[in-house]
Design a protein around this ligand. Structure first.
Ligand code: GLN
Length: 487
């Protein structure tokens, strides 16, 4: 086998485990040693529990020895963004508000991964409550980009992307409300999928903006993403937005999906603000699809320019409502200074939340208040429908849409101090959330100075099998994700 266990794929590892060349405890030890070696530079984890992970690995080895292995994920360590509930482990959302909170139960995705034998490994850093694009908004620490340590890993799931890139987890889960899986995947040279709204249960995910949030996988290959998606997707009675739909064997489907596909290139995603090196890398990917016999067509998504504005009205409105529960009474930070009940709410929230979270709660409360509701919130909802209709109209002519994932490669820490500059990082990812579509970011090259570049493939509702097939057709000839960071 080619590399150290911590850099192998789920496919390779499960085969090695099945052949008895490696035990899950060996694998977990290798991942722990790697994490201890590189974590001082990367800082992807808020916390991890070695003993708990080794105990899970031992159970997996016992199962296997008894001939009761649970499939390709059995004994594989999967990192968890610190907004996904794992019973008995900290659940902080990288916020002072929840710094001491321990989850009493497992999220549905965690239950499903456990049922597949996976090891829940560590708590991965993020922008506080998933609000941000750089992981600099964490109340605890800033995660570094493993390929350029002075640059950000993207966000909000920066820890989930960086840990996988650095070999500190075999794969991980994150959440994506406006780009938080795809943009960090692009910045860190890994594959990241935001599934269709409704495909993966959010029960046990700390809510940010409920009409946009989805959980999805990060991995170092499209195949590993397909394996993880198969394990976590499917209807859950505990999430009323989860959809009843058949779940194909995404891994088996990968090689059955052969194309040639009709790919749409939206001109609105290749305009002003796009870094020339990113544009060139994405154009080369487009040319590759043409070589494979795909038909490449220009399409138009005319309401794209309203996306960022609409998102920052809807997402802040929903966050102001979702975060109202943190009042210092039943759980979370409680101020020690309070004089009465109302004072307790004010002080606990003032002390517990960071400045970006406060900015969004204030903005969201404003757009929902009487007198402004129609002018902002209602209008944003109408434009959201226009954005979705743009995509659905394009899908009458094409099978998928290809764009850059982010306008630039990873930027330096501290480079985007102005909130608006940070919000504009999400221009290419936000429309997908507003429209509820699936989209995957796939590594497609590096800048001259070695920072990763990702392209985004946007699919049709519940069309993940086809979407991953399209991604795999590119990856097969372009193993960018195999280029390891020097740490
Ligand atoms: N960067 C976007 C924001 O700050 C998206 C975050 C996310 O997808 N969770 O809201």
């Amino acid at each position: 086998m080619s590399s150290e266990p911590f850099f192998r794929s789920i496919g390779e590892l499960s085969a090695a485990l099945a052949r008895g060349e490696l035990s899950s405890v060996d694998l977990m030890r290798s991942v722990i040693a790697r994490t201890e070696a590189v974590e001082p530079k990367v800082r992807a984890f808020n916390s991890f529990d070695r003993e708990d992970a080794l105990a899970q690995a031992r159970s997996s080895d016992l199962r296997r020895a008894a001939g009761a292995s649970l499939g390709p994920l059995d004994g594989i360590p999967i990192g968890m963004k610190d907004v996904i509930a794992v019973a008995g482990q900290p659940l902080t959302a990288s916020s002072r508000m929840l710094a001491n909170f321990v989850s009493p139960y497992d999220a549905t995705v965690v239950k499903r991964l456990r049922a597949a034998g996976a090891i829940c490994w560590g708590r991965l850093n993020l922008d506080e409550f998933a609000m941000g694009s750089s992981t600099e908004n964490s109340a605890f620490q800033a995660t570094a980009n493993p390929y350029a340590l002075d640059c950000v890993p993207g966000g909000s799931s920066g820890g989930s992307a960086a840990a996988v890139a650095a070999g500190e987890a075999i794969a991980s889960l994150g959440s994506d409300t406006g780009g938080s899986i795809r943009q960090p995947a692009a910045f860190c040279n890994v594959v990241g999928l935001k599934p269709t709204y409704g495909l993966v249960s959010r029960y046990g995910l700390i809510a940010f903006a409920s009409s946009l949030d989805q959980i999805g996988p990060f991995a170092r290959s499209v195949e590993d993403v397909a394996i993880l998606l198969g394990a976590i997707a499917g209807h859950d009675p505990l999430d009323s937005t989860s959809f009843h739909t058949g779940i194909p064997d995404y891994r088996a489907e990968l090689d059955r999906r052969k194309g040639p596909w009709r790919l749409g290139i939206p001109k609105e995603y290749f305009g002003e603000g796009l870094d020339p090196e990113v544009a060139e890398a994405v154009q080369r990917a487009v040319a590759h699809y043409q070589k494979l016999g795909c038909e490449v067509k220009p399409v138009s998504l005319p309401h794209t320019e309203y996306g960022v504005g609409v998102y920052y009205i809807i997402a802040t409105a929903e966050c102001s409502s979702n975060l109202a529960r943190y009042d210092g009474v039943r759980y979370g930070h409680r101020s020690k200074e309070a004089k009465d009940a109302v004072d307790l709410y004010f002080r606990s929230r003032a002390e517990g939340f960071g400045s970006e979270v406060k900015r969004r709660i204030i903005l969201g409360t404003y757009v929902l208040s009487s007198g402004y509701y129609d002018a902002f919130y209602l209008r944003a909802q109408k434009v959201r429908t226009l954005i979705r209709n743009d995509f659905l109209a394009a899908y009458r002519e094409v099978d998928a849409i290809l764009t850059p994932t982010a306008p630039t490669p990873a930027f330096r820490r501290g480079a985007k101090a102005d909130p608006l500059a940070m919000y504009l990082c999400d221009v290419y990812t936000i429309g997908v959330n507003l429209a509820g579509l699936p989209a995957v970011s796939v590594p497609c090259g590096f800048s001259q100075d070695g920072r990763p570049i990702g392209m985004q493939l946007i699919g049709q509702p519940y069309g993940e099998a086809e979407l991953l097939g399209i991604a795999r057709a590119y990856e097969r000839d372009h193993p960018w994700a195999q280029k390891r960071p020097v740490l």
